[in-house]
Design a binder for this molecule. Structure first.
Ligand SMILES: C[S@@+](CC[C@H](N)C(=O)[O-])C[C@H]1O[C@@H](n2cnc3c(N)ncnc32)[C@H](O)[C@@H]1O
Length: 242
């Protein structure tokens, strides 16, 4: 792992209870998460570390970070509750358990949640179902090798991601992918707990001509080792000259 890498997230008050409708073979826990004024449940494996697969790691250094709910995901989801998303096409990259996607779905957006772990997408769909939302569309997609189906599904009005730039390769991969997928004049929202690796994402988006604004949001739940301040990066494309 380059940079500091994500540590374990402490999410908002956790209430454990028996759950059904989720993939079998996991020791599960359910977090009741306050997202703005919304309360949503997020069920996930209790210990992400137990899911580490040495062979997968040897192949492409993938680690099962999807199995935790990260402070950036909660901050991004809360921000989405303040936006009018009805009718927008919203793509989430590195969706993990899918909390921001659930909020977008609830807000009437046409959503696609993506991750390179199919297990994450199974949980994201089951979580949407457990919160009595519409079915959550998902697609397995690696930022470094995006599937044709993802490219064919562009353009997206809004591309979102939470805690997705934590290794040096991520910023360039994500910027290249997002710039192919977002609609000209669209918006990109990335929540990030101030990881050094996120700076190359910002640089590459700016160099591509996108306007960048950064909001500092204080996360009130249990922070991870990055602290309580989450950066909410908003990228918009200035109108093109005729
Ligand atoms: C730190 S977790 C954040 C998960 C979720 N967004 C949240 O905030 O709770 C990073 C996520 O990015 C996904 N990811 C990492 N590298 C990826 C890649 N190359 N392609 C697609 N997804 C990737 C991981 O599987 C994981 O779900």
């Amino acid at each position: 792992m380059e940079d500091s890498g994500p540590g374990r997230a402490g999410s908002s008050p956790v209430a454990s209870r028996a759950v059904t409708g989720f993939p079998e073979g996991y020791d599960l826990v359910t977090d009741d998460v306050l997202v703005g004024r919304l309360r949503l449940s997020v069920t996930h494996p209790r210990q992400a570390e137990e899911l580490i697969d040495e062979e997968e790691y040897a192949l492409d250094e993938r680690l099962p970070y999807w199995a935790d709910l990260w402070p950036s995901g909660i901050v991004l989801a809360a921000h989405l509750t303040t936006m009018d998303l009805a009718g927008l096409r919203v793509l989430e990259v590195g969706a993990g358990l899918g909390l921001p996607s659930m909020v977008a779905l609830r807000g009437g957006a046409d959503v696609l949640a993506t991750d390179w772990y199919p297990e994450a997408l199974e949980f994201a769909r089951a979580n949407a179902n457990a919160n009595r939302l519409r079915e959550l569309p998902t697609m397995e997609a690696d930022w470094g090798a995006p599937p044709e189906a993802l490219l064919a599904a562009r353009p997206w009005d809004l591309v979102i991601g939470a805690d997705v730039a934590y290794e040096n390769r991520h910023g360039p991969q994500l910027a290249a992918l997002i710039l192919r997928l977002v609609r000209p004049g669209g918006t990109v929202l990335i929540a990030d707990p101030r990881r050094p690796a996120a700076s190359s994402l910002v640089t590459e988006m700016r160099e591509a001509g996108w306007r960048h604004e950064r909001e500092e949001v204080r996360y009130e739940g249990r922070p991870d080792e990055q602290g309580r301040v989450i950066y909410l990066h908003r990228f918009t494309e200035p109108p093109r000259r005729p």
